[in-house]
Design a protein around this ligand. Structure first.
Ligand SMILES: NC(=O)c1ccc[n+]([C@@H]2O[C@H](COP(=O)([O-])OP(=O)(O)OC[C@H]3O[C@@H](n4cnc5c(N)ncnc54)[C@H](O)[C@@H]3O)[C@@H](O)[C@H]2O)c1
Length: 286
């Protein structure tokens, strides 16, 4: 897929990875619509910084609200045209101090399921439908039957999972929501393949952003010990080349791409024989 001249929706577009993605895609000739929940003035100024020349617009939209996502996707098509996909960065990592009661995690887990899992399905679905809409044959008038079947490349959807999607990452509830993102990516790529839309996820390790600004040192210590290279958190600008790679390479589909410095996630200090208790090392590990 060519970036130049295409339009992409970037969810979480006011955040760290989302705004870096916006800047790099605009620099390569794309137009972008940033979807986020931050107030209008914050979102508009994020759009201005992504593209001072006006090739970025902001929509305040909660990705768990299907009707709102559908309306914002339609407005994107109306205002910018030529929608070719999305970079879905919106997500949350909710932390709480550890206690003995696992049940205290349930409300946070439910919220992360809503945003990280349902939100991913909702964004993928509405973006795919909007890409296919002008090309659909709802009455089954096509020779291939009632569903669209094409060999042309129509779009590409990029989701953000995480190194924490690894079941051994010792992340109680954020982790499984990101495992689900990898699952949605694979099932969406199967389902959307016949309509020429690819779906791929990226799993970064630790990236410097608002999400990790107040992070415990637990993960960065582990990264320092167990990444291969580099053994430090990445910047959002170090994630964007993988976004370009996925968009521009038609053969890349239905996979999760780690961008994690070869981090092995062995969590040396916690849980292993003689190791310290992870709950005392990492309040808010979930
Ligand atoms: N930063 C990291 O270390 C890291 C590592 C692995 C994966 N990730 C994933 O990468 C993605 C981007 O993370 P980031 O580091 O840029 O975080 P960030 O916190 O800087 O950005 C996330 C953005 O999502 C927005 N958002 C939250 N809930 C929303 C909702 N319901 N509707 C619309 N927007 C919503 C937030 O307002 C924020 O601007 C996330 O999915 C995150 O889980 C991040």
């Amino acid at each position: 897929m060519k970036i130049d001249g295409s339009t992409f929706i970037i969810t979480g577009g006011a955040g760290g990875i989302g705004s870096a993605a916006g800047r790099s895609l605009v620099a390569a000739g794309a137009s972008v619509a940033l979807f986020d929940v931050v107030p209008e003035e914050v979102g508009n100024s994020a759009a201005k910084s992504v593209s001072p020349e006006g090739r970025a617009i902001y929509f305040r939209v909660d990705i768990t609200d299907s009707d709102a996502v559908k309306a914002a996707v339609e407005s994107t098509v109306e205002k910018l045209g030529n929608l070719k996909g999305c970079v879905h960065c919106a997500g949350v990592a909710i932390k709480r101090p550890w206690t003995n009661d696992v049940a205290e995690s349930i409300p946070n887990f439910k919220k992360m399921l809503d945003i990280n899992v349902l939100g991913t399905f909702t964004v993928n679905a509405h973006v795919a439908d909007a890409i296919n809409k002008p090309l659909n044959h709802p009455n089954g008038g096509e020779e291939h039957g009632p569903f669209w079947t094409t060999n042309e490349e129509r779009g590409v959807i990029i989701n953000f999972a995480s190194a924490a999607a690894n079941p051994y990452a010792r992340v109680l509830s954020y982790g499984p929501t990101k495992t689900a993102v990898v699952g949605i990516t694979k099932s969406m790529s199967d389902f959307l393949g016949p309509s020429g839309i690819r779906v791929v996820s990226i799993s970064p390790s630790i990236v410097v952003s608002a999400m990790t600004a107040n992070f415990s040192t637990y993960f960065s210590d582990d990264l320092l010990k167990h990444a291969t290279f580099p053994r430090v958190p990445l910047t959002a600008d170090q994630i964007t080349p993988t976004i370009h790679y996925i968009i521009e390479n038609v053969g890349v589909n239905g996979i999760d791409i780690p961008v994690d410095g070869g981090w092995r996630l062995v969590s040396s200090k916690a849980g292993l024989a003689g190791g310290e208790d992870p709950r005392s090392l990492a309040p808010g590990l979930e």
